[in-house]
Design a protein around this ligand. Structure first.
Ligand code: ZN
Length: 248
């Protein structure tokens, strides 16, 4: 941990050195900078200058961010503190990561969950995620996938049906699916999709991050009920739009 921290401190002092353009007052040493990850409810970072020391808090959603993204974020925060314009490339690197589907889903999820006591359970009113996982593991993964934490979401989110959090080895499934109105095969498909995320971690190709690499897509399309599940998804999405149109 201390080593990791020292690395972060150096990344920030480097950003100060480059953006402060050598002005002594604006270039604190690494040991004058404190960097911490903080469980903000959402995607949020802060930087403060107090009595010659710099205090940085980064969203803990960035704990697993690649080094170039952390570097870009350091530039953006330091630029903000110094009222300088952030370099365009750093801005792009940060944005493409922060706006990636996986991070958006993750920040959506923590926004929903934080500030309340999270009592997680794999056992829903209708469906038991451990049983579904065990069945899928047997059928499609040769029983070789170690079981992650399986949990129903706290709220009945309809926009995010499933989410795999690699950092916490957790698969979360929307409580909206724990209903007799939802066929079991559809819940299974959503769990299967998240299990594929465990099997095929996000990959970086040509500087871009792929959350559904080709091998993932191929395997997903081979799932027996894939097309049926897509049709069902379409219907769910359409229904949501109709509801919204009616409410408006
Ligand atoms: Zn996915």
């Amino acid at each position: 941990m201390p080593q990791q921290n020292l690395h972060l401190q150096r990344v920030f002092s480097d950003a100060f050195r480059q953006l402060g353009r050598g002005r002594r007052r604006l270039t604190p040493d690494a040991n004058q900078i404190e960097v911490r990850f903080y469980p903000y409810a959402g995607l949020h970072h802060t930087i403060r200058l107090r009595a010659g020391r710099v205090y940085v808090r980064l969203s803990d959603l960035f704990r697993t961010a690649p080094p170039e993204v952390i570097r870009a974020l350091a530039f953006l925060l330091v630029a903000r503190l110094l009222s300088r314009k952030a370099p365009r490339t750093e801005e792009q690197i940060y944005r493409s990561y922060a706006l990636s589907p996986q991070l958006l889903r993750a920040s959506d999820l923590v926004r929903r969950q934080r500030g309340r006591k999270v009592v997680s359970s794999s056992r829903g009113q209708v469906y038991d995620l451990k049983r579904i996982f065990a069945r899928l593991n047997r059928r499609y993964f040769e029983n070789e996938m170690p079981r992650p934490v399986l949990t129903w979401s706290q709220r009945r989110a309809r926009s995010i049906l499933g989410h795999h959090d690699a950092a916490h080895d957790t698969i979360t499934i929307s409580k909206a699916l724990d209903s007799r109105e939802v066929p079991e095969w559809f819940v299974e498909y959503i769990v299967f999709h998240e299990m594929l995320h465990v099997k095929h971690p996000a990959r970086i190709m040509n500087g871009r991050r792929y959350y559904h690499p080709p091998a993932f897509r191929t395997e997903e399309r081979a799932y027996p009920r894939y097309q049926q599940a897509q049709d069902w998804l379409d219907r769910v999405v359409r229904k949501r739009h109709e509801l919204r149109a009616r409410a408006a």
